[in-house]
Design a protein around this ligand. Sequence first.
Ligand SMILES: [Zn+2]
Length: 790
Amino acid sequence: MKNLLDSPYVVRFLTVFTLLITGSFLWAQNPGSNHGTKFEQLGETLPDPNIYRGPDGAPGPEYWQQRADYDIECTLDVDNLKLDGKELITYYNQSPHTLRYLWLQLDENEHSDLTDSHHADPSSLRNTMSEGALSRLEDIDRSKYGHKIESITDANGKPLKYIINQTMMRVDLPQPLKPGETFAFNVDWHYYITDRMNPYFRGRGGYEHFEEEDDYIFTITQWYPRLCVFSDVEGWQNKQFTGRGEFALTFGNFIVKMTVPEDHVVGSTGECLNYSTVLTPAQLKRWEQAKTAKEPIEIVTLDEAKATEKAKKATNTKTWIYKADNVRDFAWTASPKFVWDAMPHFTEDGRRVMAMSYYGKEAYPIYNRYSTKTVAHTLKTYSKYTIPYPYPVAISVEASNGMEYPMICFNYGRAEEDGTYTERAKYGAIGVIIHEVGHNYFPMIINSDERQWTWMDEGINTFLQFLTEQEFDNNYPSRRGPAYAITDYMKAEKDLLEPIMTNSENIVQFGPNAYAKPATALNILRETVMGRELFDYAFKEYSRRWAFKHPTPADFFRSMEDASAVDLDWFWRGWFYTTEAVDISLDSIQWYKVDLESDPETREVSYPVKRDKPYEHISKKRNREEGLEFSIEKDEELVDFYTEYKPWETADSVTMVKTELYAETLSKKEKTEKFGDKNYYELYFSNKGGLVMPVILEFTFEDGTTKVERLPAQVWRKNEDKFSRVFVTEKEVKAIRLDPFRETADIDESNNNWPVMEMPSRFQVFKSHKTEERPNPMQEAKAKGKVIRP
Ligand SMILES: [Zn+2]
């Protein structure tokens, strides 16, 4: 709302009494609709705490989780773009339940004809369509793709019964698996690798083909049949993989042997056990140097990578062996294109973590300078807010996408052909590296169920990404995190919105809902609602409690409150369970000075001193009739004047006493000294967006100085629609701004200022917006002959 009811320049006069009237009657209440909802406790909205998950948000005394170990051998067949594998899975039933079957995920079936997810989205035609969009309306033959299960046998080689339901496979156990027992079985399989640059196949993993040298970057992800999570919350989490909601995975230990052409360099989850056989002596030496280096050392150099790409394709193979403990997943990459660099990062507890990067020559100008150092910066920052990074390596691979796995992730960020790059490419690369390396924490270590709750990993991770970007560079152009950046989404039509607490598959605008909004909410909690100290402690405690476990939203909500003593139910309710937006309006202002001249009003209040004979209450009557012994009858000391005083017997009529309630006690001089110079501003606010939030005000005074006042969200508690509040100042106020640091995500700032500021209309914004080519100042400088840092 823009209009102000009263001009502030009309000073109203305020009569002051020594006894101030309380403010509780200033607003007429509107019972039943304007309060008692937004600040109520979440109560039964959250699941009941139990022996597995405590009321404080920590794992309960009987918390349990399953474990699955994998021993995998696989061969990459580059000629046929095929991966052959066999695995020995050892499943530990650590639950109190007896299991008759196990569920495994066959995620490659996402690319096959077995899943109906390709037909689960509506489509439509537009007047103009790109060739690509038109082609995608037709289906393709996917029968070649997906996991082909060759055999499933128990430890003695005896075949096990199984059934495949789209992306899920149930293996029936020959005998029930009791609590505390383990079951080992073998799965042999193969699949044809998909082109991850092809929109039909969506890009989490697969190959990218490079025409010039006719070679590939392989990213091998969700590639082996993997156990679903069986938990106290969900039983088996076997909701189908549609390509959207990501994964729910069980922790375990891995040994993986990958056989690849001998000119391929492998990067992987885990530690390599046989560098001495797969690297050249020169590379092995550089690897040893890298362990103590201050700057990233190229273990495979750019020249070596270029030479490998030019050489004839290898016909022999090498087997790389990796070991990874206590991980929920395992991914790897292979290519003859890779430059590989590494440097150590030392954790707070003194362990060496190798920060490493793999990238082709196309990404070299950005990745060689930034990738490995960004990995190390990310580990340092995330460790500060959570737990020390527990794994021995952290890897960033340039693969023209963004996807995360334990210890390894795939990112984008290629330079122009002339070696220059745009600002957008640079910050895009650093941002995605922070984000994907950050996923090591959420969900790889603090292992939430991604299939159900995207925000628990993407939202929390995007929040930490923002902190990490801002610690990388105070001027880092962060896209998500600041409150003002979410307002376009928050003011969208309601049918484009859903609460954060919505299943992954049902979200319309995935990025804003599951990444940006929760990241913004956490940032607001930290900066505006809780303060950094309380927030950081509680957030770290949540991370510590649930590291290497499976937390749920309630565990997060409860932990944040339990460790901080801040009641946040109103915040979770508003930000996570509704689609309401913040729009607080500063509706009007009244300016008062104290009236020093006129006499104060007096008011007469009467009260009776004489009472009529009271009714005898039933309990008094019965007590008397039952012959109860009263203390005053037994102890004379208890008897006084009033014991026997019966006012209705002493007078015939009611006597009223008149009193002046507001008698003055200050002299005019004293009153002038105390109140004479002060300004009283009564500000009226209304809640137009629905979300209750703290009210932050910046007062600018006539002499140009400013003062910030912060009211907590609870100021809305008694009336969630509107309130007024008086501010007393020595100096006259020239201007007032609501949310001056843009920290509450207020979607309409036109009602945030007094005097009202001119805001451009939406129309003007569009009119003044000009589309232009994204500039590449580096290229321009180079064209002008400026020497660019190599
Ligand atoms: Zn992510």
